[in-house]
Ligand binder design. Sequence first.
Ligand code: BGC
Length: 764
Amino acid sequence: MTLKTKSGAPVGASRRAFLSGAAGLAGLAVTAPRAFAASDRVEALLAQMTIEEKAGQLSCFADVIRPPIGDMNPLVNIRNAQTLTAEVKAGRVGALFNGVGAQAARDTQKAAIEGSRLKIPLLFAADVIHGFRTVFPIPLAEAASFDPHLAERTARATAIEATASGLHWTFAPMVDVARDQRWGRVAEGSGEDVFLGELLAAARVRGFQGKDLKADDSMLATPKHFAAYGAVTAGLEYNSVELSDATLREVHLPPFQAAFAAGALTTMSAFNDVNGIPATANKMLLTDILRGEWGFKGVVVSDYTADQELVAHGFAADDRDAARLAILAGVDMSMQSGLYNRYLPELVASGAVPMAVVDASVRRVLALKEAIGLFDNPYRSLDPRDEAERTATPAIRALGREAGARSIVLLKNDGPLLPLPKVGKRLALIGPFADDRDNVLGAWGGFFADRRLNVDLATGLRAQMADPGSLIVERGCEVETTIAGGFERAVAAAQAADIVLLAIGESQDMTGEAKSRTDIRIPPVQQRLAEAIAATGKPVVVLLRHGRAIQLEGVVRDAPAILATWFLGSEMGNAVADVLFGAVNPSGRLPVSFPIDSGQEPFFYNGRTTGRPAPTDPNGQEYKARWRSIRNDALYPFGFGLSYTRFDVTDMKLSTARLAWNETLHVTAKVRNSGGVHGDHVVQLYIRDRVASRTRPIRELKGFQRVSLAPGAEREVRFELKRQHLMFVGDNDYWISEPGVFDVWIANSSVDGLAASFELLPVG
Ligand code: BGC
């Protein structure tokens, strides 16, 4: 298949090559999918299996034998432990999820190995999203580190703890690109940008899986939710998705490709529909693109009862029809509904589903078990002795603290008020999160966490103060309600202090699955508390607690210092104290744009321009793309973040102003730490295609580098741009390059920077 460029010159590459090329040039080495073919052993097993046993391998159930913790999902199809064990022995279960504990898992595995006819081992899965016993920052927070290596390290540590507790498979990372901050699951992903999302998706897969899938501490990763869940209309959870094929391919699919290129062997089909076809019955997504174009050889598991939900979607007539549609579209494994067990035997007998389709899915599931060494060692990762040894070790906790501090974003620092001195100032820590230990982990964090590890802010601050007695702590109010006398005590505390630390924002149950919000402001009672505190005239440092971008207003927006502190996990209090007192110089950058107003959502930096962009001149704003009351700008843009030192970026140079078709452009600049303390700067490279056959984003991130510099030190940063970085999806879903002029910026955020331009020359 050849591809025509704008100039008409043939390029000569298949769509698939171009698609993987796009992911590869986002900074990833594209590798062929890991060798993952069914072996003779798998074929021999398959030949002996009854249709009931095949359906069993394709069924995954909540682990009620070692009861799941928490209540993440509605109770559906719950069995008791005895019934479930009997089903395991009958060969009617392929995988169990969300139970933990090595000994009980070992016992259940024994039931499968010694009690079932074909002795096929079980896979043990769980939603281990950002830590296990020790909890790391929510993925969105960690994305603010702009540090894929950090994400790889926290995923590795997560896998080490989780596999020690009898787990093989995590339903993570969530790689959904989320451009609407009303959606609660923004917290679980890497934010609004594709490029950052690709790098973090790949890093997390590498971290979870480690170098050797058969190793006892390797955990299978599941990039989810396939696909476009992040694009639910109006940010409403589970809502329908309406989007163009080009946006699907340019924005929502690339992080999945990056995750597969990094070796992920499973994915999860999403709850939502995409342009009228539910993802869980979407052959175009699950078979044509995933397997056909990308060559994915792994397993597709449905989301929780997503196959059964095809009925509520109005896409399947009944449960039987739902099972048929899901398996024919490409869902190998059914989660929790039990529909495959119930209907596959009859669907195959009646000819509605060919046996070959079922066999292909069973082969994949068995090959997955084989890939992690389960047939040779069914008891891998099920050794109770490892559980204590590999959990919450000092190294893992230190990593949690480091990750927490690196995820914090300094949004504002007038004065500068920060860092705070450790002696000589009386501090008042005010707000519902001041000494709260129940909202440090984030929505998934509480699931398996050892909550005894949670460090609240007050504890973290006191540990670093020369005189811990000079910290006054007053909640003032709860997250959404008042406390009797709370405001009065908080105001008195502020009056008695030199500096106020105001810990306000969202509780963790305002974020995550099924937690969409209509507006993204701080709850009114906390805003009122902030006003009462500001009226004392004391300088205020806002410590924002949140799982999404927040609309800041009034005295909170106008406070002299603001830190985005998200949900940082077990070590939250220590990590925040490290930044407040300057042990760590903040270097996080926003992975989501903070809008001026909730009503701007969906708001993201890389939208396309209109025919009437708002000019900077305030007098020329009539009939322009703006709201009646505000410009359509960010309050704090994607990529933004301050430091305790100052960085100057100068001397931007391009190796050529005329880039030949297959050549590489080098973009360089100098970065200098011209302030007084050591710090890290995240230098960002953006492009814009000035004129194209499709309107293009006003900016697109194409590279970033973290530079660590001592005061006075200077370094050159160097980026490479190739034609493939400049591609986009044109007619008939092909990635195309078009010759023409491109702007390029070396920037501190998505709205500033040194600018230059170059021309991509036609081929030949
Ligand atoms: C979520 C998934 C999760 C599954 C299993 C669903 O409700 O959407 O992300 O993996 O439950 O707990």
